[in-house]
Ligand binder design. Structure first.
Ligand code: CA
Length: 215
């Protein structure tokens, strides 16, 4: 999918970002200080930079001055309200706040890439092809009719593929505010997706948690 540069001096956080972005199919490179990160950004082409504000040698804000043209998501401390405002004024596309939720990170990366790269209009796995803009699904060349929420659920699973998603997270991603039922609704919709698309192997139950689309 996308080539992403992570410039973050806290290795545990950098590794966490890389691990999860690679799970959903991105290719990542890691740099741990401002200067070497900027050198890399200027010599290689990246689709997105995930940029910490406080870095050795050179701050994230300083780096922003040189990387215009490449989308940037800032990583700021929870208390850094001014950093967030400054980052967006400097031209950052979005920011995430430490400590961050992994699903939120993946969603924000996806949103920025969709805006800037125009990507993710379709996704294919096995004999299944999903057209996101047209909201159509084909299996073995035959169109499968999904109800709106079934399609939204499939899209949420694809966007967060290989990640374990709790029922609460799925409700947040798919039903948002018009949700009135209980978490059983999720189970019913997952069951329908499994049946309609023959996903019993791929759409796995994660014990005591929720579900995962393994691709
Ligand atoms: Ca830092």
């Amino acid at each position: 999918m996308a080539k992403i540069l992570i410039i973050e001096d806290e290795r545990a956080i950098s590794d966490l970002i890389r691990f999860n972005l690679e799970l959903v199919g991105h290719e990542c490179a890691q740099y741990y200080d401002g200067k070497s990160g900027l050198d890399e950004a200027l010599t290689q082409k990246y689709d997105l930079i995930i940029l910490d504000v406080m870095l050795p040698h050179m701050s994230g804000f300083d780096i922003m001055e040189y990387v215009k043209g490449t989308p940037v998501i800032f990583v700021t401390a929870r208390s850094g309200v001014n950093d967030r405002i400054k980052g967006l004024r400097c031209g950052a596309d979005d920011y995430i706040t430490k400590p961050f939720d992994i699903i939120e990170l993946v969603e924000r990366v996806k949103a920025v890439l969709r805006r800037t790269k125009g990507e993710a209009n379709h996704f294919e796995f096995d004999d299944i092809k999903v057209l996101f803009d047209e909201r159509r699904v084909f299996k073995g060349g035959n169109e499968i009719m999904l109800k709106p929420k079934e399609f939204d659920l499939l899209e949420a699973f694809i966007n967060n593929r290989n990640l374990a998603l709790t029922r609460e997270k799925l409700i947040y991603l798919v039903w948002e505010f018009d949700y009135e039922g209980d978490t059983r609704t999720v189970d019913v919709h997952v069951q329908r997706l499994r049946q309609k698309l023959d996903l019993s192997d791929r759409l796995q139950t994660v014990y005591k948690t929720g579900y995962r689309l393994k691709i």
